[in-house]
Write a protein that binds this ligand. Structure first.
Ligand code: 4AD
Ligand code: MG
Length: 460
């Protein structure tokens, strides 16, 4: 018999003879005549209850099974006689694949998130983290489905790059290791401290490359890792995160906002349609209002307001903020959360930010002061999406680069796209981990990515 997944077996309507499951022991209870073993194989939240009769050969071995041990179980899937589960396995044979010692760190008790972060290599074996990472996988597929339905092409942009898209200087430098001394000096000179003699870094965003493909293929998107060397310890920032970046030719800021709103709603409702068993765990143990929040996101029309109005609202509010806000200043996360959670009580899209606080590539508005930027903010998270219409006019783009102190020589290829067949185009970036925080109710970004990259955590 071939191994079957517990998730599928638990969905059956009929008993099944001769099944084989493999997984890890979560708990075991022994009586005089039986042992009950709860097995989890990661395919779903639920465990399979296995009933082992004391008459089974090897029963003395089976009794030694500990939490965390790996087993293979042959038997019959039958209606469960006890409460709690519909099906159980009447074992005909149980093999120990490996026995976990008593030092196994995940004993049956509730562990804190902080402790589990110190054993990030084992935490996916807990209910909570198993659920997070299954949802992460499901939503990844939903992202591709969303864009495919709309005729977008999936493109791959480089991780190693010479440009700094956001211009914020939060770059990880890429260097080559010194080669061994036996190499000739000709070859050695190629291996300078940089990328074979050129300055290079890990990408902060695939956008600039994605623009080149949008101006060739029409509608495209990337979905890959991006890197920011910000040494800040917040619950919403990591140094390595996954970003979904659509880029559309012949698209203005309104079209961009609509796509962002559709994408968020689509992914949230997909999760409610397909991941309810796992979501249920979060709504019971992490955030009791989770499902209401998610329904609110799917059913509400996102508010669209210019930056100026958003600042006016903040200035008029009686709320005391840690950071003061003024026209021209960047919004802090407390401001973003106030607007979505206290004022509008739903997601909002802020657009037309001052040019002084946004990158060079955003399209200058007619007022010469603001740019066609848009950020989508959601309750509990703040900024989930950042995007803009791009500056497609060569002369204005060149001026913006000059005032940003960027070398036109380095961006010759980017400027080329404005020389040859330039068109209005737009795009945005959605932070995948922040989306996962939104749908799970988890409040720390370190807990929605298997191995978070934050200052001090590089072991795993
Ligand atoms: O607003 P950002 O910096 O926008 C860009 O990088 C654009 N080039 C994207 C584009 O237009 N194609 O980042 C986009 C999103 C943010 O809204 C946030 O959700 C997420 O990426 N993000 C982070 N997530 C986790 N940790 C960090 N350090 C993040 N920085 C940004
Ligand atoms: Mg941003």
């Amino acid at each position: 018999v071939a191994r079957q997944k517990i998730a599928l077996l638990l969905k059956t309507e009929q008993p099944i003879e001769n099944i084989l499951i493999k997984g890890w022991v979560r708990t075991k209870r022994d009586s005089k005549t039986f042992s009950f073993i709860e097995i989890n194989d990661g395919s779903c939240l639920k465990n399979m209850q296995v009933v082992v009769d004391a008459n089974l050969s090897d029963y003395t071995e089976i009794r030694k099974l500990t939490t965390g041990s790996a087993v293979a179980v042959w038997g019959n899937l039958v209606a469960s006689r006890g409460g709690g589960q519909k099906w159980e396995v009447q074992a005909t044979r149980v093999d120990t694949i490996s026995l976990a010692p008593e030092t196994y760190p995940l004993q049956k008790k509730r562990h804190t998130d902080e402790y589990l972060r110190t054993i990030a290599h084992l935490r996916p074996r807990t209910n909570k983290y198993g659920a997070v990472f299954r949802i992460r996988s499901e939503i990844s597929w939903a992202v591709h489905q969303f864009f495919r339905k709309r005729g977008f092409r999936y493109i791959h942009t480089p991780v190693i790059t010479g440009s700094d898209c956001e211009g914020a200087g939060e770059l990880f430098r890429v260097t080559t290791l010194e080669p061994s001394l036996s190499l000739s000096s000709d070859v050695k000179s190629l291996f300078s401290e940089d990328f074979f003699g050129q300055e290079s870094n890990l990408t902060v965003s695939g956008q600039l490359s994605a623009e080149m493909l949008a101006l060739s293929l029409g509608d495209v998107y990337t979905f890959g890792p991006t890197f920011r060397a910000e040494n800040s310890n917040t619950s919403r920032h990591v140094a390595e995160f996954w970003m979904i970046e659509p880029e559309m030719a012949f698209c203005d800021l309104d079209g961009n906002m609509s796509l962002g709103e559709d994408l968020i709603k689509d992914l949230v409702s997909f999760t409610m349609d397909h991941c309810m068993e796992d979501l249920d765990l979060f709504s019971r143990f992490v955030d009791k209002t989770l499902l209401k929040t998610l329904e609110n996101i799917v059913s509400s029309e996102f508010v669209r307001i210019p930056y100026k109005e958003a600042v006016d609202i903040l200035l008029a509010s009686k709320h005391s903020f840690d950071f003061t806000v003024s026209h021209g200043s960047d919004l802090q996360s407390e401001h973003e959360r106030y607007l979505t959670e206290n004022h509008f009580k739903k997601p909002i899209i802020i657009y037309d930010y001052p040019k002084t606080i946004k990158p060079f590539y955003m399209r200058l508005n007619d007022d010469n002061e603001t740019v066609g930027a848009m950020d989508i903010l959601v309750p509990r998270i703040g900024e989930l999406i950042g995007g803009s219409q791009r500056e497609e006019r060569l002369d204005i783009l060149e001026k913006r680069m000059e005032s940003a102190g960027l070398s036109k020589e380095n961006y010759w290829w980017y400027l080329d796209s404005r020389r040859y067949g330039t068109v209005p185009h737009s795009g945005f970036g959605l932070g995948f981990e922040r989306l996962l925080m939104l749908v799970t109710g988890i409040s720390n970004i370190r807990d929605v990515i298997p191995f978070p990259r934050t200052p001090g955590s590089i072991d795993f």
